[in-house]
Design a protein around this ligand. Structure first.
Ligand code: GRG
Length: 310
């Protein structure tokens, strides 16, 4: 098995910075192409809300993870998998557009600029986000078919994304998060909430990469275990950043304390939360090793998830 290393020579040390730079370019191109089909169908104000939601930067972590998993499983259609991976970012973009609305977290700032509803209005943002949900699944179906994947694999990809995004995944987790405001959640409640709200889509990225590469069940499980571990680590790191970084560094206003949310920092304190995130990264790396998955990219991404500054 070979990893998705983008360096000019496989002898080179792996550079996460160069790797991310390269992979993100592929993601941006795939997102532009996907939007070229969707945007002409929408009226201008909704179109602009979608354009901002999807193209305003962001780390592109979910598609990059999907592409890295695909390469780690021996997949070779780089362009094809970037299109598949773009569907994850459509769902992620919609979730942030809706999450920032006044009826949810009521956030004025994201990625260093006013949020889509603050610029384009609430109704266009709700509609634009709504259009991205079926748009993501249609795009995924089309992209997987164009990669030449068998119909059963195409169906499986769409089902993975729908399950991760839906009631048992991200939307259900968000509902629990809203219900938890003002309450002190226990550790298992917090884990359960975030495994759905944040972890499900991150884990789906790994599953989708594995399915697109037709990986065997042992490798797929190792990647999914890795995904579950970094999914939780990602959220813990997010809570630490919310408690310790300023708006300038984060590109958004820290909001957990203001919304009276239960967080890993509230539960464990900053130092213990950081330690827990690093423990989960070690668990993620052990999953790769246990499944025989060799991927400098996935190894480096696991550390990036917890050491990132925004
Ligand atoms: C209204 C139907 C309906 C559903 C709403 C809003 C929502 C469902 C779900 C939101 C769940 C949510 C906000 C999860 C986000 C978790 C998270 C930590 C996001 C930040 O992700 P990053 O850091 O963002 O990857 P960037 O900006 O880098 O893309």
């Amino acid at each position: 098995m070979t990893a998705g290393v983008s360096s000019s020579s496989t002898e080179d040390a792996f550079s996460l910075e160069r790797y991310l730079d390269h992979e993100r370019k592929g993601v941006e191109a795939a997102l532009e192409a996907a939007l070229d089909r969707l945007l002409p169908l929408l009226p201008p104000q909704v179109r602009e809300a979608v354009r901002q939601g999807v193209l305003s930067g962001g780390k592109r972590l979910r598609p990059v993870l999907c592409m890295a998993a695909y390469r780690a499983c021996g997949g070779s259609d780089r362009e094809g998998v970037a299109h598949v991976a773009a569907a994850l970012e459509f769902i992620h973009a919609y979730s942030l557009m809706h999450d920032d609305l006044p009826c949810m977290d009521d956030a004025p700032l994201r990625r260093g600029r006013p949020t889509p509803h603050a610029v384009h209005g609430e109704a266009p943002t709700v509609l634009g986000g709504g259009a991205l949900i079926p748009g993501a699944h249609l795009h995924l179906w089309r992209s997987a078919s164009e990669m030449g994947l068998p119909p059963a694999a195409c169906r499986e990809l769409v089902a993975i994304l729908a399950q991760a995004a839906g009631a048992g995944g991200m939307v259900g987790g968000q509902a629990l998060d809203l219900l938890g405001e003002g309450r002190r959640l226990e550790r298992d409640e917090l884990d359960g909430l975030h495994r759905r709200k944040t972890g499900a889509l991150l884990t789906a990225a790994l599953s989708m990469g594995a399915v697109a590469a037709r990986a065997d069940s042992q490798v797929r499980k190792a990647l999914e275990d890795y995904g579950r571990a970094i999914g939780l680590a990602f959220q813990i790191a997010d809570d630490v950043l919310d408690a310790t970084a300023d708006a300038q560094a984060l590109g958004k206003n820290p909001s957990d304390a203001e919304l009276d949310k239960s967080t890993y920092v509230a539960l464990l304190g900053v130092d213990e939360a950081r330690g827990e995130a690093r423990r989960l990264v070690r668990l993620a790396l052990a999953s790769l090793e246990g499944g025989g998955v060799e991927s400098p990219a996935l190894e480096a991404l696991a550390s990036y998830v917890v050491e990132r500054e925004r």
